[in-house]
Design a binder for this molecule. Structure first.
Ligand code: BG6
Length: 510
């Protein structure tokens, strides 16, 4: 994989969105302020928003457009994604802020809130044949059905309007079905976009390109050549101000049920017949349906869960999970999960998929490690058979790299000695363009009506079907405490050590 690819933009990066009214319920909330507005500003900066596109925030706050624009300006000013992308020229910022509107609407006491929203939407700038409308529900999932019903009752859900649902969709299979039924009564599946922002990450899409645009991997992409797969999403942050939400979720519902299982799908799926919305999602759902069920004692044996304690991280004292703002005493919610999953089909029989995610870890990084088997008969001095040096490491963040670890001969005329030497594709070095943030990509896709990178109903439900018995098995057990700034609880290491394996921590502890 030489770093000599032509400097063309990544697919989709320069795509513009159709003229749209993007209505964000929860428009003053954390997600809108930290992710959606910054992503939209970056789309603006790249000239990807249609001139008449408007962003309409809906929230209980009794503020007008001017105050909302002020809030938005403050939120984007110190946003890390915006800062990373370089200075925003003043006219760009002004144009962006002018697109923003705020409609106060309390769902319990709407007053004339719905009428005001309708009036604003009806007053859309003219001249846009096929102007789109997107409702982004950045709200707790138990409100999804109700908001959709209210939209319909107020005559706002017709035509080609679409709805975007944030994850996690429910808290188990039953609630997910109820939500899907309630949303589905108003918006057809074609108009429903279930977002999982991991699917919008550039390297995740590159994983599809790597697997299905290159010939050399496919023959070795199976249990004959691959020993196991590791998928890690480690964060340095704690739950911060999200304790209220998080304590009802835990890492399994917050990260594994969606982000990590989606990554597993992309690694394990069969080649789709085309890069078509249904073909790709058909293959992903088959992987979820092939996951060997984990329940009861077996679930306990194949999982480790932890909760971070108070301690020192990066030279400063940090509270434990139960000492975070909003916490009230003991909690058995996990902030770390490691588990071993099995994809029970011909390709993957016998290949463990180890998944792990945690907060307050030593470093923030997400990566997939595909560990190949060792050579059958080592011939070089000092060369063992296992673990094999051959690993494909797909780094999603913070860097976007794909690295193939090999052994090569150490230069010199002396005794032949081997040394690890990675072949590396650095996406930022190879392509001289900024990688769009996941939400930029996905917001563009939803405005253009492309659901390929969104989760279909059957995918979400298949994921819950597998996750529910694991969570069930944990009932009455306590998570293992782990120190902040480390590699998680001992149980996670024991999980792999039992089969003579270890987590790939190389880049993490460097
Ligand atoms: C969100 C979770 O979906 O993903 C958060 O709710 C988590 O708890 C976040 O912090 C991680 O996303 P990223 O893109 O920073 O890896």
């Amino acid at each position: 994989m030489p770093a000599s690819a032509p400097a063309t933009p990544p697919p989709g990066a320069a795509r513009s969105a159709a003229p749209t009214d993007l209505v964000v319920f929860g428009g003053t909330g954390d997600l809108a302020m930290r992710k959606l507005l910054p992503a939209l500003l970056l789309c603006e900066k790249d000239g990807r928003l249609a001139p008449t596109t408007r962003i309409v925030a809906v929230s209980r706050d009794g503020i007008g457009d001017a105050d909302y624009r002020g809030k938005a300006e403050a939120a984007v000013a110190d946003n890390p994604s915006v800062l990373r992308a370089g200075a925003v020229p003043a006219p760009v910022l002004r144009r962006f802020l002018e697109r923003l509107h705020h409609v106060p609407l309390d769902l319990d006491e709407p007053g004339d809130g719905w009428d005001r929203l309708r009036a604003l939407l009806d007053a859309a700038p003219g001249g846009d044949a096929g102007r789109g409308r997107v409702y982004y529900l950045a709200m707790p999932p138990m409100l999804f059905g109700r908001i959709c019903a209210d939209l319909e009752a107020n005559g706002l859900a017709g035509g080609e309007s679409r709805v975007v649902l944030e994850k996690p969709l429910g808290r188990d299979l039953e609630s997910a079905r109820e939500i899907n039924d309630a949303v589905g009564a108003v918006f057809s599946e074609r108009r429903t976009f279930r977002i999982d922002h991991y699917l919008g990450k550039e390297t995740v899409q590159n994983l599809l390109a790597l697997r299905f645009a290159n010939m050399f991997l496919e023959p070795v992409w199976n249990s004959r050549w691959i020993d196991h797969v590791q998928i890690t999403a480690a964060e340095t942050v704690g739950v911060g101000t999200r304790h209220g939400y998080y304590d009802r979720s835990g890492a399994m519902r917050d990260m594994v049920q969606n982000h990590l299982l989606q990554l597993l799908c992309l690694i394990a799926m069969e080649p789709p017949s085309s890069f078509d919305r249904e073909a790709v999602r058909d293959e992903k759902v088959k992987v979820l349906q092939s996951l060997a069920p984990l329940a009861g004692e077996e679930a306990l044996r194949h999982t480790a869960r932890g909760q971070y304690s108070a301690g020192s991280q990066g030279g400063r004292e940090v509270p434990g999970y139960t000492g975070e703002p909003g916490a009230d005493g003991a909690s058995s919610t996990e902030t770390f999960v490691a588990l071993e999953a099995a994809v029970a089909n011909w390709r993957w029989a016998g290949v463990p998929f180890y998944l792990r995610t945690g907060k307050r870890m030593a470093r923030r990084y997400s990566e997939i490690v595909v560990q190949f088997r060792g050579v059958p008969h080592p011939i070089f001095p000092g060369q063992g058979a296992a673990p094999s040096p051959n690993r494909l490491v797909i780094r999603l963040q913070p860097e976007e790299t794909i690295r193939l670890h090999m052994l090569a001969k150490e230069p010199g005329a002396g005794e032949l000695r081997l040394r690890p030497a990675p072949l590396e594709l650095s996406l930022s070095d190879s392509f001289a363009v900024r990688s769009p943030d996941a939400y930029e990509r996905l917001l563009m896709d939803v405005m253009n009506g492309d659901p390929t990178l969104f989760m279909r109903r059957d995918e979400v439900e298949a994921a819950w079907r597998w996750v529910d018995p694991v969570i069930g098995a944990w009932q009455g057990t306590d998570p293992e405490p782990y120190a902040p700034g480390g590699t998680g609880p001992q149980g996670a290491h024991d999980l792999l050590a039992r089969s003579g394996r270890a987590w790939h921590e190389g880049e993490m502890t460097r």
